[in-house]
Design a protein around this ligand. Structure first.
Ligand SMILES: *Cc1c(COP(=O)(O)O)cnc(C)c1O
Length: 366
């Protein structure tokens, strides 16, 4: 009998998270040089990591024979000061993906429910499944934004976590302060509202959700260093939340979940506001470029507040594969229930131009 018969059914039934295709793997398969491949699949920052973060991380390398500070004291103290909360109201994770899983550890088990939007980050449903919780997906509105009123109606006494991704992935839309405030005025106290703000740095409007943490509400604001800060490879994200919820996260995590290089790099990245500004500027310029090119081609896209853009290409799987064969890695969206779309990360100018040149070949004007 297979050992799988003894495994946790929730785990063996899981469909693992499928990340963007790595450059090295693509180069190997296509027989191309890695330098000739453009990866616009995982919403990384094409400007690279901040020079200040690089310098700090290089210095820290000489000290990696010593375990890092398991409490991430310096980084969490800095975040607490920035958000006007106490040290105990912060938690850090191996990317904010880990924090999503740790919230699952803290709140989910069979019989509980998770509410999220129909088009959502894949980790929410994976974590729900992992812990045997019911996953309730609420259809997006016709303008692709979260239907916050619909999400309120989906809450039951069994609901433990509600995920509001703002701006949202994979569509790139956002909900504004007023809608968020109306949602928070009505959400019951037994629910932890998770504001996943992985892309907020790119948004035109900055929605304040940390005020709900300061007001003592059951809210977790998740942010990451993987996108605007350009540190996806070191894996670090954080939560601003109540002391109780942060306490649960800190009990459930492994002792040194954020490594030394990541702690040091993240702290230095927070100081490099100039790099952040340039990163957002690059994305704003690239976004306008894509809009203009898609308008000229007569190709539909979803106007976005993010460093990626959802584009309707017809047969998403085919366009993804044909672009890949030409050295441009995008993200097919069939797995997200959007088979006619691909998602393209907004990169630097030369990456965007290469991507557009390939798409012009694949999508002749209609
Ligand atoms: C990228 C992303 C994250 C977090 O990524 P990490 O690299 O694990 O910090 C979280 N939520 C959404 C919606 C994302 O797109």
């Amino acid at each position: 009998m297979s050992i799988l018969a003894y495994a946790n059914q929730n785990v063996w039934e899981l469909v693992a998270y499928k990340p963007g295709k790595p450059i090295e793997e693509t180069a190997r398969e296509l027989g191309m040089a890695p330098e000739d491949i453009v990866k616009l699949a995982s919403n990384e920052n094409s400007l690279g990591p901040s020079p200040r973060a690089q310098e700090a991380m290089q210095k820290a390398v000489a000290g990696v024979h010593i375990y890092p500070d398991g409490a991430s004291f310096s980084l969490r103290s800095r975040l607490a000061a920035d958000y006007g909360v106490s040290f105990e109201q912060t938690a850090v994770g191996n990317g904010s993906s880990e924090l999503i899983e740790l919230l699952g550890h803290a709140f989910l088990k069979p019989g509980t429910e998770v509410v999220a939007a129909e088009y959502s980050f894949a980790m929410y449903s994976i974590v729900a499944k992992l812990f045997g919780a019911e996953y309730v997906a609420v259809p997006n509105k016709p303008d692709w934004t979260h239907d916050l009123q619909g999400m309120l109606h989906a809450i039951t006494p069994q609901t433990r976590l509600v995920f509001i991704t703002n701006p949202t992935n994979p569509v790139g839309t956002m909900v504004g302060q007023e809608e968020v405030d109306a949602f928070m005025a009505a959400v019951p106290e037994h629910v932890t509202v998770v504001f996943d703000e992985a892309y907020m740095e790119f948004a035109a409007e900055q929605v304040d959700t940390a005020k709900y943490v300061r007001a003592g509400r059951n809210v977790a604001v998740l942010r990451t260093f993987s996108k605007a800060y350009g540190l996806a490879g070191v894996r670090v994200g954080y939560a601003i939340t109540s002391a109780e919820i942060a306490g649960l996260i800190n009990k459930a995590r492994s002792p040194f979940n954020v490594n030394l290089i990541a702690q040091v790099g993240a702290l230095a990245a927070l100081d490099d506001t100039e790099h952040l500004r340039r990163s957002v500027e690059m994305v704003n310029a690239g976004r306008s470029r894509y809009y203009a090119a898609f308008d000229a081609l007569g190709v539909e896209y979803v106007p976005c507040h993010t460093n990626f853009i959802l584009v309707r290409v017809g047969n998403g799987a085919r366009v993804y594969a044909d672009a890949l064969a030409r050295g441009v890695i995008t993200r097919p969206m069939g797995g997200y229930g959007l088979p006619e779309y691909i998602r393209i990360t907004i990169g630097n100018e030369s990456e965007n131009e290469k991507c557009l040149a390939v798409l012009r070949e694949l999508l002749p004007p209609c």
